[in-house]
Write a protein that binds this ligand. Structure first.
Ligand code: GDP
Ligand code: MG
Length: 442
């Protein structure tokens, strides 16, 4: 959108106020962009109308162009619609003990995963004692899945009793939660591939048996328009208190969020950003607004990609170090990392035990040009030499130093540093692999 819009906006007149024609032209593009982002048609139409009313005749602030001003109006309106006035949507209603939380949604939307993510969040952030129960009686694997996740995150799961129906399990969860002194019990219901009467009746019966304090609808953020039907149906029949939008780590544009919010009026409380147990975030209206408009998400994406890349690289190196392997390629990577991060806060700084050594090297006047020269030396080595620096005798050293335009003494300094670092690595490797991973990047 931003590209398309800037084209339009460049043409906007620079007079003192936004003319109706300016706004109309821009908003046609906004409407298309909304539809492309999977916002449903009636919602997009209403949205554009409300922006139109707000924008027309508004004075253009001196410091911005009319185009920027319309973008801001559109963005602000998006945030407004998305956020509503529920500032603390992420605070789940836990005002009785034990408080039931009912998780509903279609099969595959991410209910079970989200149940566990939320349980972990309640436990870690609020110190709540949580009990999870799977009501998915038709798929034994689904019950097993919740049990596995429970073990993984350290949250109790109601034991499976074969032959019980969903309502019976829900009652048992309630009882167990009361007896066991739990603050919260979470009911992970079965889903269907599409909405059907049987599913709704079952969920209704569970609701009536437990009177949930929160009923959260879990929706796949990639499903776009369908999400709106799902939300309408569940809200109409069961009554939901909020929405969790999953798979927002994918390339969906987030239009479903706007539609669901507009249609149901229910807050979006959380967003799922991956399969891992901590890939759950509070809903941030401005982020989704930026995403729908196609602005801002590029930056976030690039940052994220960089982070994962570095983390993966670091993990690979850690594995090697633990085995006592540290050759010239590893050193080169370290040096380049340091260069990139502007100092020793690189990988080494992140490793327990290495921080002190990192500071020493830094204190010894380890600046950018030094690093560059050292990298040049390593580059001047053959692959074999890099992998086994111990084969370097006088003639090889001479050749390498010459190749890098430096003295052999410089190369000797580098080799000495490498030996020292390799020693430390070896010692740390022996010290215990577990401890290192825990304190490090794990
Ligand atoms: P359920 O049938 O509604 O219980 O869905 P599940 O919780 O079993 O999830 C179905 C699949 O979606 C699993 O492979 C999950 O790991 C995956 N999943 C759930 N939430 C997310 C998310 O936010 N992002 C991504 N990428 N995958 C997710
Ligand atoms: Mg499930």
């Amino acid at each position: 959108l931003s590209e398309r819009l800037s084209g339009v906006f460049d043409k906007l007149t620079k007079q003192g106020a936004l003319s109706e024609a300016d706004v109309a032209t821009a908003l046609r593009e906004v409407r298309v962009a909304l539809l492309e982002a999977d916002v449903s048609l009636p919602v997009a139409r209403d949205f554009v109308k409300s922006v139109q009313d707000k924008a027309a005749g508004q004075a253009v602030t001196k410091s911005v162009t009319p185009g920027q001003q319309v973008v801001k109006i559109v963005h602000d309106e998006l945030v407004q619609v998305l956020a509503g006035d529920d500032a603390d949507a992420a605070n789940l209603k836990i005002d009785q003990i034990p408080a039931p939380i009912l998780m509903v949604g279609l099969q595959g939307s991410g209910k079970t995963t989200t149940t566990a993510k939320l349980a972990k969040r309640l436990k870690d952030r609020e110190g709540k004692r949580v009990l999870m129960a799977s009501l998915d009686t038709r798929r034994p694997a689904a019950m097993e899945q919740l049990a596995v996740l429970g073990t993984q995150i350290g949250v109790d799961v109601l034991p499976i009793v074969p032959g019980q129906d969903a309502v019976a399990i829900a009652r048992r969860a309630k009882q167990q939660a009361s007896l066991g002194g739990y603050d919260v019990y979470m009911l992970d219901t079965a889903g269907r591939l599409s909405i059907d009467d049987e599913l709704m009746s079952e969920v209704e019966a569970v609701r009536d048996a437990t009177t949930p304090r929160e009923t959260l609808l879990v929706v796949d953020g990639l499903t776009g328009q369908d999400a709106v039907h799902t939300a309408e149906n569940f809200d109409g029949r069961i009554g939901i208190s909020g929405v969790v939008l999953t798979r927002m780590d994918g390339d969906g544009r987030g239009g479903a969020a706007l539609s669901m919010r507009a249609v149901t009026g229910k807050p979006i409380k959380f967003v799922g950003l991956g399969e891992k147990m901590d890939a759950l975030e509070e809903f941030h209206a401005d982020r989704i607004a930026g995403r729908i408009l196609g602005m801002g998400d590029i930056v976030a994406l690039v940052e994220k990609a960089q982070e994962t890349l570095e983390a993966e690289q670091a993990e690979r190196m850690m594995k090697r170090f633990q085995k006592g392997q540290f050759n010239m390629n590893d050193l080169k990577m370290q040096l380049e990392q340091m260069q990139k991060m502007g100092g020793m806060q690189g990988l080494m700084g992140m490793m327990p035990g290495m921080g002190k050594m990192a500071r020493q090297i830094e204190d010894a006047g380890f600046d950018d040009s030094v690093i560059r020269r050292q990298v040049a030396l390593i580059q001047s080595m053959t692959r074999k030499e890099r992998a086994n620096p111990q084969i370097l005798q006088a003639s090889r050293k001479k050749r390498i130093a010459r190749g890098a335009g430096q003295d052999v003494s410089e190369l000797n300094k580098l080799l000495k540093m490498h030996r020292q670092m390799a020693d430390v690595m070896k010692k740390m490797g022996k010290m215990g692999k577990k401890g290192m991973m825990r304190g490090g990047l794990g």
